[in-house]
Ligand binder design. Structure first.
Ligand SMILES: [Zn+2]
Ligand SMILES: [Zn+2]
Length: 272
């Protein structure tokens, strides 16, 4: 086969792959809607019968969604029982970049809360976003302290978003926006490449995350001078994602007030 034929074959293969990717994206979106319809009519955790127009959890499971015990570290929002290397510092957040001012979460990533996150993210129970986004408003209000921020969801790579059919952080931000009136702003993008952060340890997470997030082209021009922004995610683990996103936002002059999540892992309890 000559050089020209090989190039033509390669082009045809690439066109075929792109068509396949589009077809899979369509299929993936259909599956998301189908899976969403499969959320049990009963409690999303224990399947006990509950009213169809109420929250997706029964009273018992809702009572087992554990908030982060006080006293909180004023910066990272975790229970302040582990001292940092210096007086007044917390061992969880003392190494965070100054770009990430604060963090707060609705609950601990344990028990029913962890099951909700897994159902939402991996089984596409996207209707849970309404319940989860609602619980995130109180910690978000603590962080914004009366100002009106833009809600900036932590992005997925294009490939991950296509595979999943949705970005869980974006759905949570939309639900928070519906209740608060704060606008959602897709200022960030997630680059391709690198292993998923969930598989990495603390130090590798920070290294990989720092390279992974950047400002979408044109996003800086959309915001006014020093516009306030609040990062939104489903789970905070080490804070590495929040730090990387906050640094990217800070670099283009946006005032990052912190990161809010539905759940928070804690070194004091099993992550589940
Ligand atoms: Zn239940
Ligand atoms: Zn802390």
């Amino acid at each position: 086969m000559g050089c020209r034929e090989r190039r033509r074959c390669a082009r045809l293969s690439l066109n075929g792959l792109a068509a396949c990717a589009d077809a899979f994206a369509g299929l993936s979106n259909c599956l998301v809607r189908f899976a969403d319809a499969l959320i049990p009519c009963g409690c999303a955790i224990c399947r006990t019968a509950i009213p169809a127009d109420g929250p997706p959890l029964c009273g018992l499971c809702a009572s087992r969604v554990a908030s982060v015990p006080t006293p909180w570290c004023p910066r990272c929002g975790l229970t302040r029982v582990i001292p940092g290397p210096a007086v007044g510092q917390c061992s969880e957040c003392h190494s965070w970049s100054p770009a990430l001012r604060r963090a707060a979460s609705a609950c601990l990533y344990v028990g029913p809360a962890a099951e909700l996150v897994r159902g939402f993210k991996y089984r596409a129970w996207t209707r849970l976003a309404e319940f989860m986004g609602d619980l995130m408003l109180a910690p978000a209000r603590r962080l914004v302290n009366g100002s009106v921020p833009e809600l900036v969801p932590v992005p997925l790579t294009k490939a991950k978003r296509r595979e999943r059919g949705f970005n869980q952080a974006e759905l949570l931000a939309q639900e928070m926006s519906r209740r608060s009136g704060w606008p959602v702003a897709l200022h960030l993008s997630r680059e391709r490449g690198g292993p998923p952060l969930a598989r990495l340890g603390r130090w590798d997470r920070a290294k990989v995350a720092r390279r992974a997030y950047s400002i979408r082209s044109g996003a800086a021009g959309l915001a006014g001078p020093r516009s306030a922004v609040l990062i939104v995610d489903d789970v905070i683990t080490t804070g590495a994602t929040g730090v990387a996103c906050a640094e990217a936002l800070d670099a283009v002059g946006l005032e990052c007030l912190g990161i809010v999540s539905f759940a928070r892992t804690s070194p004091l309890v099993g992550g589940g």
